[in-house]
Design a protein around this ligand. Structure first.
Ligand SMILES: *Cc1c(COP(=O)(O)O)cnc(C)c1O
Length: 389
């Protein structure tokens, strides 16, 4: 890893330990070279191979590649018939795309609270409180790659006849009770954005066991057309009909090739993430930091390592102290219900447990190529920052 790659132009900071880093090497370069050599760049046989390999890896019948996870969430909503007049229950402690995807359909969101400082996923009891006659679906987000309480969510969905969409952007390769996250509900949505566990720059995948959902998503991904560019290119089809108002949400062969190379590295990468997370937990146990997910359900993909500062501590001072040691941190997340747009749309909403931790959360560096020396640098810096604050 070259340090100069992480120099931040606006701040001039050169990170000794970045928040995340690509797990890229000659395999990815060769994958791209082969696509360029093949002279077919847009969605085609490599994308089909990526979809097949990802479906097999997750253990699900259908996988549809898209150009990002936000589109996967959007098309999941559409394929499940969600639209104007409907409501979907979502977490506020997530990336804004989780809620935006619902609004694109003309439906509304209702925000559910988290379980608490020890478990930052959506609380099933809070989900029940948000159900109205207009509720059509529950959209869960497996925060950090740690599973939501899916048996409880499934039971709520069954009782109230609701669909389930999983925002599994953090969770490729994570399981609960031996079952992959992303396969518990009607549709699971994965992101291959640069900083995710599997990176293609931009990219996403929708997985489902429902062939009706898979078929609708395949149609909507490419303008609602009945035959694909690839089939026409291969001489299988000469014309097409447009049967839905579709989109251009296609991925391309370059990113699918990167995805195939990255998928081969994912199990080992996730294993290294789990090891680093365990090291952090041991080394930070006596610091006064709260470490969520100590008693996590299932096997996490350990996408990020969130810590909660002791109440009343100055978060910006902590972040600055780490920055001065060359360590990059982040915040996951500013709650969605507090963004200006959402406040304008829905007014003031109170989610006491989300709000209680949102100002205390800091995310420490975590990536598979992180060295033992880097882990030690972060731990030392965190300890120093907490004693001097
Ligand atoms: C990254 C992310 C998304 C959006 O993924 P894109 O591929 O960038 O569209 C959605 N939800 C969560 C929780 C994410 O972390």
């Amino acid at each position: 890893m070259s340090e100069s790659a992480h120099s931040n132009e606006t701040s001039g900071v050169v990170w000794r330990v970045p928040l995340a880093d690509l797990n890229y090497g000659p395999e990815e370069e060769e994958a791209v070279r082969q696509v360029v050599h093949s002279r077919w760049l847009t969605m085609g046989s490599i994308t089909r191979e990526f979809e097949r390999a990802f479906a097999d890896f997750i253990g699900v019948p259908h996988a549809v590649a898209l150009s990002n996870a936000t589109e996967a969430l959007h098309l999941a909503c559409l394929a499940l018939g969600i639209g104007p007049g409907d409501e979907v229950i979502v977490p506020s402690l997530s990336f804004v795309a989780t809620a935006n995807a619902v609004l694109y359909t003309g439906a509304d969101v209702r925000f559910a609270d988290i379980v608490g400082p020890h478990d930052l996923t959506m609380d099933p009891a809070s989900v029940v409180e948000q159900i109205t006659p207009r509720t059509r679906a529950i959209m869960v987000m497996h925060y950090g790659g740690y599973a939501c309480d899916m048996p409880a969510i499934l039971e709520i969905a069954r009782q109230h006849d609701l669909a389930i969409i999983e925002d599994a952007a953090h969770a490729p390769g994570a399981t609960l009770d031996g079952k992959a996250l992303g396969t518990w509900g009607d549709a699971g949505c994965f992101s291959f954005f640069s900083n995710k566990n599997l990176s293609t720059g931009e990219g996403g995948m929708l997985v489902t066991a429902r062939s009706d959902v898979a078929e609708t998503v395949r149609t909507l991904r490419s303008h609602g057309m009945t035959s694909l560019t690839w089939d026409r290119h291969r001489g299988h089809a000469y014309s097409y009909d447009v049967v839905e108002l579709g989109y251009n949400y296609r991925i391309d062969e370059i990113r699918s090739a990167l995805g195939l190379a990255q998928l081969r590295k994912l199990p080992a990468g996730n294993e290294r993430r789990r090891l680093i997370s365990r090291r952090y937990r041991e080394a930070l146990a006596d610091t006064g930091l709260a470490l969520p997910f100590a008693q996590a359900r299932g096997e996490s993909a350990c996408h990020i390592f969130p810590v909660l500062l002791p109440e009343g501590r100055d978060r910006l001072a902590f972040i600055d102290a780490l920055r001065n040691d060359g360590i990059q941190t982040s915040i996951h997340y500013p709650p969605i219900h507090q963004f200006s747009y959402y406040r304008r749309r829905y007014g003031t909403i109170s989610l006491p447990r989300t709000e209680a931790i949102a100002g205390r959360e800091v995310t420490l560096p975590l990536f598979p190529t992180m060295s033992d020396d880097m882990i030690a640098l972060v731990v030392d810096s965190v300890r120093r920052a907490l004693t001097h604050m």
